[in-house]
Design a protein around this ligand. Structure first.
Ligand code: BTN
Length: 255
């Protein structure tokens, strides 16, 4: 693995670390630890997951060879400000991946792609009580080495394939923690205005996407992000629509 000569080290992300050979979902482990009082920056990492999950209850295939990590955060923010943290984490993840030479790009809201295939995903979940944010669980899954399961062999890609070399999993994890921490800090201290341009600089361009807007299907070209982190899609008449929630499916790279 040929990382560029940038030696960032995480300061607080990973200050407490639990390594597991296997578990259901590291997000569930981290959520349980958060409820039990785990401190800000605690991480749990598994070699494999038997019930890894993504957004909207999708399965996240988690065979040996990948990185499956969840962190407990206790940021001083309101519950409403948690969702855009996904964008900030995506930027850090993208930076870490690019240090390996893999040309990763971001797909809204939580995917990292190489050659239109999915390399990594982010799952952010909030814990609150009486409207007050208690903790945020940040889950990151990255396909690193080895074979992908048949279900995702065509749509997914490993970092080893994307970078054209085998990857040292531990070294990549350290790099990932450092870059992700930097962007979480930036989001917490500066806010979404620090995130939008950085995310747009790294987003997949020229993508056609299908989304659901106000319950109606929409096909459009990915045009960037709105000031609150919503996705902007341009339809064939040139009208731009904001996608606040719901999924976006990339159809083809042809806008
Ligand atoms: C997605 O693509 O929708 C997000 C995938 C997130 C997967 C990671 S792997 C570590 C953590 N544990 C989980 O069960 N999910 C996240």
């Amino acid at each position: 693995m040929t990382f560029e000569a940038l030696h960032l080290k995480a300061r607080w992300l990973g200050c407490q670390r639990i390594d597991l050979e296997a578990c259901g979902s590291t997000n569930d482990e981290a959520a349980r630890m958060a409820r039990a009082g785990a401190k800000h920056g605690t991480i749990v990492i598994a070699e494999q997951q038997t019930a890894g999950r993504g957004r909207d209850g999708r399965v996240w295939q988690s065979p040996e060879g990948g990185v499956y990590m969840s962190a407990v955060l206790r940021p001083p923010m309101a519950v409403i400000d948690v969702p855009p943290m996904t964008l900030a984490i995506g930027i850090g993840l993208c930076e870490a991946v690019r240090t390996t030479g893999a040309p990763a790009v971001l797909k809204w809201p939580n995917d990292l792609l190489v050659s239109d295939r999915k390399l990594a995903g982010v799952l952010v979940e909030a814990q609150s009580q009486g409207g007050k944010l208690e903790a945020v669980v940040v889950g990151i899954g990255v396909n690193i080495n080895g074979e992908l399961p048949p279900a995702v062999a065509e749509t997914g890609i490993t970092l080893a394939e994307a970078a054209g070399t085998t990857i040292d999993r531990s070294e990549f994890l350290e790099r990932m923690l450092a870059h992700v921490e930097r962007w979480i800090d930036r989001y917490v201290s500066v806010g979404i205005e620090a995130i939008i341009p950085a995310w747009q600089d790294r987003m997949a361009v020229g993508l056609t996407a299908r989304a659901t807007v106000d319950g109606a299907p929409l096909i459009g070209c990915v045009a960037g992000l709105d000031s609150d982190g919503s996705l902007l899609l341009r339809d064939e008449d040139g009208n731009v629509h904001r996608v606040r929630s719901g999924d976006v499916e990339v159809l083809r790279p042809a806008c």
